[in-house]
Design a protein around this ligand. Sequence first.
Ligand code: CMC
Length: 433
Amino acid sequence: MSASGKDTLTVRDNRTGQDYEIEITDGAIRAADLGKIRTDDDSPGLSTYDPGFVNTASCRSSVTYIDGEKGILEYRGYPIEQLAEHSSFLEVAYLLIHGALPTKDEHDTWVHEITHHTFLHENIKTFMQGFRYDAHPMGMLMASVGALSTFYPESGRIDDADNRHMQIVRMIAKMPTLGAWAFRHAQGKPYVYPDNELSYTENFLAMLFKMSEQKFDADPRLVKALDILFILHADHEQNCSTNAVRSVGSSQVDPYSSVAAGIGALYGPLHGGANEAVLRMLRRIGSKENIPDFIKGVKDGNERLMGFGHRVYKNYDPRAKIIKKACDDVFEVTGVNPLLEIAQELERIALEDEYFVKRKLYPNVDFYSGLIYEAFQFPPEMFTVLFAIGRTPGWLAQWLELVQDKDQRIARPKQIYTGDRTLDFVPAAQRWA
Ligand code: CMC
């Protein structure tokens, strides 16, 4: 309760002189409450105009907490730093979906379930083989996940908890298989079937890179680094793709169709594609000596320092700190990416420069992630696929929350109509006569 003892907002409508008292809950007012503010009984009530949902909460959620000012990210209350250091991607996936950490039995059952649903129907393979040789792997992933809804028509029964669980397991399990096959497709290499004896992340690396060897043997340091990257991308509350999953899911369609919509949103360069832009920028800078000139260009407004700045974080993105550390482990195996030196110097100079300090521009998750992905020998088109695999448990946790939330209704924003009205239609023959 506030100092005045009232958690309400008093609004005076200067058009009518009338006062309204609106309840404040959790620091928010209900937009629908503004609807009672009207000039007369026939006029529409007041609404808010908020393109991009800059200051509008679309849901109540207990999945992920972010404090952008302080640089805090937590999944279900656990700090991202602790999860990245001590957990595994599948345990984090369990945490996101179920809301609590698993017991030993729950963990083993979960891992067993996921491991035994990694295979795809052979017709999905044929479906993927039908894409052009140069198809973007994100387009292939989006289409294939959408296609899975036709293989599991029961997935439309979203009010059945066991059925929901089955689809969640399937999607987390099959995403690496789909991602790896999209990668192999571009290379003209045979698709590799999952190996149930390998861990989730090892199996993904095997399906990507295995050739004629009997057993693919991934370096454990690379497996750990990729697992950490998946953990860091697992959820980020109401971002563009999660909002797409929720918005489409609010129509009560099956979860494959909802997640396919999320993949479509992530495909866009403003969302999933910034790490690729960082690599292009570092290559263009070319050497440390050119950094001051580049920084001057950024400050003059000629370009942006990609991988810096964030809508929410006004502090060091906690994910960027962890990725920076993971770089060392990966480069120990693969050799140092020569662009790392430029990135580190760029970061050092930018963090001391008044332009960046004043605007609170710090490295974000994408500043170092592209360097790691490149060290794994992923082409840039695959970066977003890796993001999608990591984000799948988050999308599904948010979808699950949505379909069980009694407050939720079909997503249907209002508009402010700016077009013509009541024109008289003249048939084409008369208009063109
Ligand atoms: N380089 C130079 N100046 C910048 C940058 C940058 N990277 N980012 C923001 N600014 C400046 C901007 O010019 C503006 O300055 P002024 O007040 O003088 O006009 C001020 O900082 C505020 O920027 P904004 O564009 O209003 O901030 P935003 O919240 O709308 O944009 C952003 C956030 C991430 C789109 C932006 O910082 C950006 O373009 N960064 C580079 C691209 C990038 O790294 N994107 C990855 C985001 S993290 C991925 C994820 O979490 O999904």
